[in-house]
Design a binder for this molecule. Sequence first.
Ligand code: FBP
Length: 264
Amino acid sequence: MTRISISKLLHKDKALFLAYDQGMEHGPTDFNAKNVDPQFIFDIALEGGYSAFACLPGVAEKHYEGAYKDVPIIVKLNASTKLAKINPISRQICSVERAIKAGASAVGFTIYDGSPNEPDMFHEFGKIVEQAHDYGLPVVAWMYPRGPNINELDNNVLSYASRIGMELGADIIKVKFNGDVDNLRWMVRCAGRTKVVISGGDRKDPLTFLTEAKKVMDAGVLGMAVGRNVWQAEKPYSITQALKAVVYDGKSSAEAVQYLQSGR
Ligand code: FBP
């Protein structure tokens, strides 16, 4: 069996994904007058030099055109909102074929490991991996433990999620970092040949964010998949330059902060 290549999603063999699915996952409370516009974010992805852009099919179908096509997109195939007060579940809302028509270079899928609805998500994900791989597309899994009895940031829960992603056949897993670098190294081991990227989380002050980025890169992850810390920032292009220095070039956070002094 041919191995699925993820090289199209990388730059300098590292991943720096710009995530823009929060409008669905969190709602427009994450947005302001600028970043509510998908084109503002696509401009950051393109000019900033992100290695890929993650979004839902609606954004891809309406905005992925022209020069933006230079940035590969990961189209998410499932979705959930904060409105439904139910046990965590994210159901498929888009087919692999529709994602391909929208220009996808990869597909994405969120799994809430540990939820009472986990079996449904595993079932859909299995089919998606099969279909996407038949088309040669890599699959990125957001592995987010969640549910009434789940401690989302517990070391064992996080490493279990990492392993589940690998066992289910994801090519890249996106996980949260709880601050424990040794556990992150273990999560990378648990993922085997499946690559690990770290999500950004709530907006933090830029130095804290860059310091965390350096820590996770040094723990052996493939890269980062970030959203709010970039497009909610006062200077999204400057924080992007700083982040690229850390992720692509291995610079320290102290070296990278210089990019925050100027720019936009
Ligand atoms: P951020 O960098 O803005 O945290 O984005 C990462 C991400 O995984 C998004 O892709 C997703 O919408 C969001 O976080 C989900 O966050 P949660 O479900 O934990 O609120």
